[in-house]
Write a protein that binds this ligand. Structure first.
Ligand code: ATR
Length: 288
């Protein structure tokens, strides 16, 4: 595309952002859609967050993605926050709607769409979610709208219980407990969808898995939020057991797809985004 005086800008802000896949993924999408939009990355420290966000208005940026460590704090500088993001307490996408900054959280929706696009439908299913951090919270909030039962297991029991408590008003039965071998074995035996939302198995600890391989079955769907490596130990074990597997890259792509739809009202070209993200991962030396 030709960058002109009319080109609009989207960006990701965070610290660090150098390894983000979002710029290549979103630029590929904008090109495919024929939009006069570019996407760049800005390193923004916590002390700079307020001025960076307000600068979005001054410079007329079209939208932002927000990543670590600003997903919570950024809420303080927005004009409006949609209900999902407000409930999760974290924003990963901002729309600049003619000078009004509106915050959204597309992480949970991204995870659920990733499951559906891979042929896994959460309705009437039991989901076991390992983890109770920021990503787990976004997934749990969305999943609790769709599944019949959600079990949250976390190393720190208190966080699992708090998250489950937060979701008591949802239709799904939601419980939160400490992650232990016995509970994991018991709960997994009646689970349909297993999601790892912890950092266990992430590079460089690629031989670690949060779930022993002998607990995995062919009738399970297993999703990992990690995409470095693309096939985590958990996903490799799940695949060997004959389970359906969904990688963390799928969640990344679909959270980005939802963001594109918020900024442009266009359906996102996910195949193009996947190719661009995969190529970038390979360039970064990630095991794909
Ligand atoms: P994110 O924003 O990516 O979710 P986070 O908020 O720091 O990151 O959450 C990390 C999650 O991984 C937490 O659920 C954490 O468990 P604790 O709440 O007990 O800290 C989980 N986690 C990290 N390392 C772990 C490990 N070695 N074993 C089990 N869980 C782990």
């Amino acid at each position: 595309m030709v960058i002109s005086a009319k080109t609009k800008v989207c960006a990701i802000i965070g610290d660090p952002v150098e390894h983000s896949l979002s710029p290549v993924m979103h630029n590929a999408a904008f090109k495919e859609l024929g939009l006069n939009l570019v996407y760049v990355a800005f390193t923004v420290t916590s002390t700079e967050l307020k001025t960076a966000v307000l600068g979005t208005k001054t410079l007329g940026l079209k939208g932002l993605n927000v990543t670590m460590p600003h997903k919570n704090a950024v809420i303080n500088y927005l004009d409006e926050v949609d209900t999902t993001a407000k409930n999760i307490g974290a924003v990963n996408t901002i729309l600049n709607n003619q000078g009004k900054l509106i915050g959204y959280n597309t992480d949970g929706a991204g995870a659920m769409v990733a499951l559906q696009e891979n042929g896994v439908y959460p309705e009437e299913k039991k989901m076991l979610l390992i983890g109770a951090g920021g990503a787990a919270k976004a997934i749990a909030y969305q999943a609790a709208q769709d599944v019949d039962e959600l079990v949250i297991l976390n190393r720190t029991a208190k966080k699992a219980k708090q998250l489950a408590q937060m979701l008591q008003s949802c239709d799904a039965k939601v419980t939160g407990t400490a992650l232990s071998s016995n509970v994991l074995k018991d709960e997994l035996s009646t689970t349909d969808i297993l999601v790892n939302a912890t950092s266990v198995g992430m590079h460089p600890s690629i031989d670690c898995s949060p779930v022993p391989s002998d607990l995995l079955r062919s009738d399970l769907c297993v999703m990992d939020i990690i995409y470095n490596p693309l096939k985590t130990r958990l996903l490799k074990d799940a695949q060997s057991a004959g389970a359906t597997v969904v990688s963390g890259l799928e969640m990344l792509i679909y959270q980005g797809a939802v963001a594109i739809e918020i900024w442009t009202n266009c359906p996102a070209p996910v195949a193009v985004m996947r190719t661009a993200a995969l190529n970038q991962l390979k360039k970064q030396g990630v095991q794909c």
